[in-house]
Design a protein around this ligand. Structure first.
Ligand code: UDP
Ligand code: MG
Length: 151
């Protein structure tokens, strides 16, 4: 089962701090396959839908303001166990609880500036991918490294 997909998004602080390349590199070097990626200024409506589960939380308005503050890089990555592995590569929601070696643990400090989003389950990944990408933006291709990554 190497066709699992997750939704990873570099947040406005990750873009502003010039971390796009390093974050993309971590997923590439792990062996995961890029399926889609864009650079876009999201609308408030899209962000409110993306974070709909958190609407009742006190931090919701500041979260939306943060996410609206600049362009983001939404991506779809594919490969074995990529949803869970992607979360581990990100680290904990609170960067201070994230281990060195994780993206948040290496690049961030505050919970409201944690530079990257990753789907928390296969079901959320499917919902988030459908929210941010059209079906024809999900590129079908075979990576020439496939046999060197999977046995
Ligand atoms: N967040 C925040 N304060 C909190 C909890 C979360 O600002 O106390 C922000 C943070 O940017 C986090 C996002 O809201 O990444 C979504 O929260 P969630 O619990 O889904 O964490 P994640 O799945 O991103 O680790
Ligand atoms: Mg979440």
């Amino acid at each position: 089962m190497s066709a699992e997909r997750t939704f990873i998004m570099i947040k406005p602080d990750g873009v502003q701090r010039g971390l796009v390349g390093q974050i993309v590199q971590r997923f590439e070097q792990r062996g995961y396959k890029l399926v889609s990626m864009k650079f876009t200024q999201p609308t408030k409506e899209l962000l409110e839908e993306h974070y709909a589960d958190l609407k009742q939380k006190g931090f919701f308005p500041s979260l939306i303001a943060y996410m609206l503050s600049g362009p983001v890089v939404p991506m779809v990555w594919e490969g074995k166990d990529v949803v869970k592995q992607g979360r581990q590569m990100l680290g904990q929601t609170n960067p201070l609880a994230s281990l060195p070696g994780s993206i948040r643990g290496d690049f961030s400090i505050d919970i409201g500036r944690n530079i990257c989003h990753g789907s928390d389950s296969v079901e959320s990944a499917q919902k988030e991918i459908a929210l941010w990408f059209k079906e024809n933006e999900l590129t079908q291709w075979k990576s020439s490294t496939h046999e060197w990554v999977y046995e």
